[in-house]
Design a binder for this molecule. Structure first.
Ligand SMILES: [Zn+2]
Ligand SMILES: [Zn+2]
Length: 346
C-alpha cells in the first residue's frame, strides 16, 4: 500500500510503498478514509537527530478516520465497513489515568513504549492503518469523515484546554485565542458553543483573521508586540480571563502572559518552544499557567456530539495521498486556511 513517511531527519516527507498491514490479536485494521495534516508534525520533523524520539521511517498522520476492514483475533463490538474515528493518545489502558479515560496522561505509556499513531506508531497517512485496541475507536454515526477527522486532534485538544477553564468562562468574561489555524479556528467555535464569553482572536495575517471572524470571533487583533496592549484596551484594562495560545512560540507566550487578567488561566497548547515564567510579580495575581496535552477518550466523544449537534464546522482543504508532501509545504508556508485533510483512498 501507499504511505506518507518521514524517512530522513531534515528531509521532506515522501510517498512510498510499504507492505499491507495485518491486524494482530486485539487489533483493528482500518481502511483510512481521511487523515489530518497537523502543524505539530512540522515541529516534529524539525527536531535534530539526537532529540528525535521515534524510530524512522515513520508513517505520519495522528488524525485519522476510516472504515473497519478487518478485526484481529478476539476483537468484538465493531463490524466490517463501520465508520470510526481514531482516538490518538494511546495509553496502557490499565493505569489510574487510563481508567479515568485520560489516556493522554497515561502514567506508563513511555515506559511501555506505547506511541500514538503518526507519532511513533504507523499513522493514518496510508491506505490502511492498525489501531492497537478497539477502545481507541469512536463510531462516527452519520458524520462526514472529512469534516470529522480534524476533530480527533484539532477539535479534541482545544476542547480539553477549554474544559479545564469553564468555571472562568462566565458571561462577561473574555477569552483570547492566539493562532487561528487548525486548532484555533475550532477553539473559537467551541468557545461560542460552550460559553457566552467575548472571543478575541489573534493571528499574523488578515486572511486568518477573516476566517476567525467567520467562525465566531467577536474581535480580531493582529498578533504582534502591541497585541496585549490592544487586548487590554478592548477589555477596559482588565485583560482576558482565559488565554489559549495555539502557537506557543516565545513571542506569543509573552503576549499571553501580558494579556492575562487577575485570577486567569493561561493555557499553552502550541509546541513552539516558548515558556512563561511563573512567580510572584511576574504575572497578575493567581494566574495559572498550564501546558495540557491532547484530550481524554470521553472528551473525544463529547466533541463528536458537538459536531452531530452542528456546533462545529471545520474549514478543510482536501488533498490526495500523493499530494500530502505539498500539503505539508503549504502548511509550513502558512498557506492553509483551516485544516488540510488527506484522502488516502480518494
Ligand atoms: Zn496535532
Ligand atoms: Zn495508562
Amino acid at each position: 500500500m501507499k504511505a506518507v513517511q518521514y524517512r530522513t531527519i531534515g528531509a521532506a516527507p515522501e510517498v512510498v510503498n510499504v507492505p499491507d498491514p495485518e491486524p494482530g490479536p486485539g487489533q483493528v485494521l482500518l481502511k483510512v478514509t481521511a487523515a489530518g495534516v497537523c502543524h505539530s508534525d512540522i515541529a516534529v520533523m524539525s527536531w535534530p537527530a539526537d532529540q528525535f524520539p521515534y524510530p524512522l521511517p515513520l508513517t505520519l498522520g495522528h488524525e485519522g478516520v476510516g472504515t473497519v476492514a478487518a478485526l484481529g483475533d478476539g476483537v468484538t463490538g465493531f463490524s466490517a465497513g463501520e465508520s470510526v474515528a481514531v482516538y490518538g493518545p494511546w495509553g496502557c489502558g490499565t493505569c489510574v489515568k487510563c481508567a479515568e479515560g485520560k489516556e493522554n496522561y497515561c502514567l506508563r505509556a513511555q515506559e511501555l513504549g506505547i506511541n500514538p499513531p503518526g507519532l511513533g506508531s504507523p499513522g493514518a497517512m496510508a491506505e490502511y492503518m492498525i489501531v492497537d485496541d478497539p477502545r481507541h475507536l469512536v463510531p462516527l454515526g452519520g458524520l462526514d469523515p472529512v469534516q470529522a477527522v480534524p476533530l480527533t486532534d484539532a477539535g479534541l485538544t482545544p476542547y480539553h484546554a477549554i474544559k479545564r477553564s469553564l468555571p472562568k468562562l462566565v458571561p462577561g468574561a473574555t477569552a483570547v485565542v492566539i493562532g487561528t489555524g487548525g486548532l484555533g479556528h475550532v477553539a473559537i467555535q467551541l468557545l461560542r458553543a460552550l460559553t457566552a464569553v467575548r472571543v478575541i482572536a489573534l493571528d499574523v495575517t488578515e486572511d486568518k483573521l477573516a476566517l476567525a471572524r467567520t467562525v465566531g470571533a467577536h474581535e480580531t487583533v493582529l498578533s504582534d508586540e502591541r497585541a496585549a496592549e490592544r487586548i487590554r484596551a478592548l477589555t477596559g484594562g482588565i485583560g482576558a480571563q482565559v488565554v489559549l495560545d495555539f502557537v506557543g512560540a516565545p513571542p506569543t507566550v509573552a503576549t499571553a502572559g501580558a494579556a492575562a487578567a487577575i485570577d486567569s488561566d493561561v493555557t499553552i497548547v502550541g509546541i513552539g518552544g516558548g515558556a512563561l515564567p511563573v512567580g510572584f510579580g511576574s504575572l497578575p495575581f493567581n494566574t495559572t499557567v498550564s501546558a495540557p496535552y491532547w484530550g481524554s477518550r470521553s472528551e473525544l466523544a463529547e466533541v463528536l456530539e458537538l459536531a452531530h449537534a452542528g456546533a462545529v464546522n471545520v474549514h478543510v482543504e482536501t488533498y490526495s495521498l500523493d499530494e500530502a508532501p505539498l500539503a505539508y509545504e503549504r502548511l509550513h508556508e502558512g498557506k492553509i486556511n483551516g485544516r488540510a485533510v488527506i484522502l488516502p483512498n480518494g
